[in-house]
Design a protein. Structure first.
Length: 301
């Protein structure tokens, strides 16, 4: 089959599989970041297609804040058991207990940014030289600056001005001792592409992606799920609304959207009409104009 006969999804899939195989060829100890979210679920499917019938040439790695949605953690564990791959979990709570990071205080406290230290410690612990993730360029402006092979220095820091050119699908994974790469096979995908791929592959997902009734608190324009991890202010009110989540993460900063979408087809139609990016409901991205880029420079994924 020639390239000009491929659908756009087939082209994106082929590109992502090629990048995964490049990672397996160029790096000694890669890892696949896996949170149980839709993008990492797509990454698992792509890895299956890239390496079947062999096992993955890398483990799955999850940096758990301890404040994740229970539905996502349950799905993560069930999928790992189903595919029979190795899952490594490192927790922010352990980093707190060791004095590596300090718990944030105040009404908007979150562990989301604290993941950076836990991730860098895990990379050092296992000697990972590449971490594959499902980030996409359409998610947020800082992520639009990433390359497929995104270099990190010996401190895990990212310098957007010091990245390698990527011409003609040639990827330079050369690094010095202690450095590593973040790899983004889904860079050219959009949120719509991900949902269309999920529909085509008939992939299972955590239930929070679909419309359901949930108690939420409206805070600074974001609908945060009621949980033991957030403190409801005196002027705030807990309401039950029909919502779903476009992205998953720490419950303290991941906002829901009001929705009646109960199927992948419904969500695809909803995404087509959306005028706000999927991270538009993430309160951690609103802390400053450069919140994501600042975190990424320090080592955030």
């Amino acid at each position: 089959m020639t390239s000009y006969n491929l659908t756009h999804l087939q082209q994106l899939e082929s590109e992502a599989i090629f990048i995964m195989r490049e990672v397996a060829a160029q790096f000694e100890r890669p890892a696949l970041m896996f949170s149980g979210g839709k993008d990492s679920i797509v990454m698992v499917r792509l890895a299956q297609k890239a390496f079947h019938p062999a096992r993955f040439p890398f483990p799955l790695l999850h940096i758990d804040t301890g404040h994740n949605f229970p539905e996502t953690i349950e799905f993560r564990d069930a999928l790992v058991k189903k595919i029979g791959e190795r899952l490594i979990v490192r927790t922010v709570q352990d980093s707190i207990d060791k004095g590596r990071v300090a718990e944030e205080k105040g009404p908007n406290a979150s562990r989301n940014a604290l993941q950076t230290v836990t991730l860098l410690d895990a990379i050092e612990e296992f000697g990972f030289d590449a971490a594959i993730g499902g980030a996409r360029r359409d998610e947020e402006k800082a992520r639009a600056k990433e390359r497929f092979f995104s270099h990190r220095d010996e401190f895990g820091h990212w310098d957007p001005k010091n990245q390698r050119p990527e011409l003609w699908n040639l990827f330079n994974g050369k690094k010095s001792f202690g450095e590593h790469f973040r790899i983004f096979p889904l860079s050219n995908w959009t949120e719509m592409d991900v949902w269309q791929y999920i529909a085509r592959e008939k992939l299972d997902l955590p239930s929070i992606y679909f419309s359901h009734d949930r108690k939420v608190v409206c805070r600074n324009g974001a609908l945060l799920a009621e949980s033991p991890y957030i403190t409801v202010g005196e002027k705030e009110k807990v309401e039950t609304r029909r919502v779903r989540f476009r992205t998953v993460g720490d419950m303290t900063c991941t906002g829901a959207v009001e929705s009646v979408a109960e199927s992948v087809e419904d969500i695809t139609a909803e995404v087509a009409a959306a005028r706000i990016t999927e991270r538009g409901g993430r309160s951690d991205d609103r802390r400053s104009e450069t919140a994501m880029e600042d975190r990424k420079k320090q080592g955030y994924f």
